[in-house]
Write a protein that binds this ligand. Structure first.
Ligand code: ZN
Length: 214
């Protein structure tokens, strides 16, 4: 019982926070299936090449499911968010509950709000970007530390500047709305607030529509 208690005592991430969080670099999160009471934990970590340089869009997906025979994490495969491609570790892993769950998240990425009554997402107390422990209440709520948050917001602003839509006189949220209107694919690339992310008029782009699996 103590495990269940400590898990439900935490405040879940909002859907928008979760979407900002999942491919932040070093995210560890637990999904709770409220109907079955099952938990499943994922590690989504960016991959580096031989020279320790991050390979853009490339993530290693690991999973720890309750009731697993081996108690550690199991490697599911590599996800490339830029190519919209999942390379499973081996074909049989597609039957694993972790693979199925992760695949389901990707397929329903734009409409996770529809499942909030059935599902909750929690981070594990570490910054989604650098993996350091979170300490301030605000960073614990968002799942990202203040320095990393500043950096990812700056990256978003740079993307909007490159798209030619950024206006420093507008608020960050208004800039995001403006940028998405100009280029729908920015919806999945910018760090977006709950309000901007969940607004129907902004969700005109499907992140992983043409998702391929090897
Ligand atoms: Zn951090």
């Amino acid at each position: 019982m103590s495990v269940v208690k400590s898990s439900t005592a935490r405040k879940p991430l909002t859907v928008a926070q979760f979407r900002n969080f999942i491919f932040a670099g070093r995210s560890v999160f637990t999904l709770e299936n409220k109907e079955t009471g099952n938990y499943i934990t994922f590690k989504v970590k960016e991959v580096k090449d031989r020279n320790r340089k991050v390979i853009p869009g490339q993530f290693a997906i690991q999973c720890k499911a309750l009731g697993d025979k081996n108690y550690g994490y199991e490697f599911m495969g590599f996800m490339n968010t830029l190519k919209s491609e999942f390379r499973p570790r081996y074909q049989g892993i597609k039957e694993h509950v972790g693979f199925k769950t992760f695949w389901w998240i990707l397929k329903n990425f734009e409409r996770l709000e529809d499942f909030e009554a059935k599902m909750a997402m929690y981070h594990e107390g570490a910054c989604a970007t650098c993996g350091m422990p979170l300490t301030t209440p605000e960073s614990i709520e968002k799942g990202i530390g203040p320095i990393c948050e500043r950096r990812v917001l700056d990256k978003s602003i740079k993307l909007m500047q490159e798209a030619g839509t950024y206006d420093p006189k507008l608020s960050y949220d208004d800039n995001c709305r403006k940028a998405i209107r100009a280029d729908a694919s920015l919806w999945g690339k910018l760090i977006l607030s709950d309000e901007v992310q969940s607004a129907k008029e902004n969700k005109v782009h499907r992140m992983f529509e043409s998702l391929k699996c090897w």
